[in-house]
Ligand binder design. Structure first.
Ligand SMILES: NC(=O)c1ccc[n+]([C@@H]2O[C@H](COP(=O)([O-])OP(=O)(O)OC[C@H]3O[C@@H](n4cnc5c(N)ncnc54)[C@H](O)[C@@H]3O)[C@@H](O)[C@H]2O)c1
Length: 250
């Protein structure tokens, strides 16, 4: 089965930050975009900006921490537009934490939100994509999952390492069904969450420590998502694309 570039994209965590850049880029490419988030009002504002009548962009509430919510969102999408052709597992909780006093509840909450979401997103929506014989999945990992993290907590870094592994597992499983699964590992980007996580008096030092001397541009990550989810991206799967200003070279 072949698909035109006009597909159906589901983006998690699309209310702001990186997710809204990705949703806007996919919409500009002609895809219909389902913007999902727990902050549904903010996601709805982005969706209305893109498509005032809701015909090409809609917002729905999706708490990615629970598998059944992906089942509900898939059913909603299938009823209104059809089976998704693109899934961007972007939602995450980003937190700093002291390593040796990090408690069980915080650790489990960040792990559950960040890893379960990607796992069950790939499982539930990946199965529907496999059944239709086409799909493109991009999972938002992080430099923290590769280097152990610096500004962010151990729970966040651990979760992002897990996402890299989940990506490989589903890439292998779905490759024979026309579905690719890749991850992107960004370093610090010029986004509100970075300024919320890094204390203001440390931000200049963090930027000075980046080999290219500046933070990343989220619109470029959106471009990467567009490239990885294009029809002709069929030969890239199980990969992690780094975008970290030279902070981690491998
Ligand atoms: N900003 C960066 O520099 C950077 C660097 C590396 C990786 N990343 C990754 O990129 C992605 C987006 O980052 P961001 O900067 O936009 O972060 P952000 O915190 O600004 O946005 C995350 C979004 O996810 C949503 N969210 C949180 N918990 C949720 C849940 N349980 N269910 C549904 N939605 C939920 C939030 O409401 C928010 O809209 C994340 O996966 C993050 O780990 C970002």
């Amino acid at each position: 089965m072949t698909y035109s570039s006009k597909g159906i994209a589901v983006v998690t965590g699309a209310a702001g930050g990186m997710g809204s850049h990705i949703a806007r880029r996919l919409h500009a490419d002609g895809h219909r975009v389902l913007l999902t988030d727990i902050a549904v009002d903010a996601a709805d504002a982005v969706a209305r900006d893109l498509s005032p009548d809701g015909s090409t962009a809609r917002a729905v509430e999706l708490d990615v921490a629970h598998r059944e919510n992906f089942v509900t969102t898939l059913a909603d999408c299938e009823q209104v537009w059809g089976t998704p052709t693109i899934l961007v597992n972007n939602a995450a909780v980003t937190q700093a934490a002291d390593l040796m006093t990090l408690g069980e509840d915080d650790f489990n909450r960040v792990l559950t939100t960040n890893v379960d979401s990607v796992f069950f997103g790939c499982q539930v929506i990946g199965a529907a994509m496999a059944a239709q014989g086409y799909g493109r999945i991009v999972n938002m990992a992080s430099l923290a999952g590769q280097n152990g993290g610096t500004a962010t907590g151990a729970h966040y870094a651990t979760s992002k390492g897990g996402i890299l592994t989940v990506t490989k597992i589903f890439a292998r499983e779905l490759a024979g069904h026309g579905v690719t699964v890749n991850s992107i590992a960004p370093g610090p980007h010029d986004l509100p969450i970075v300024k919320a996580t890094v204390p203001p008096d440390r931000l200049d030092a963090v930027i000075a420590g980046i080999p290219v001397g500046r933070m990343g541009d989220p619109s470029f990550v959106a471009d990467m998502v567009a490239l990885l989810t294009a029809d002709n991206a069929h030969f890239v799967t199980g990969a992690c694309w780094d975008v970290n200003g030279g902070l981690y070279v491998r």
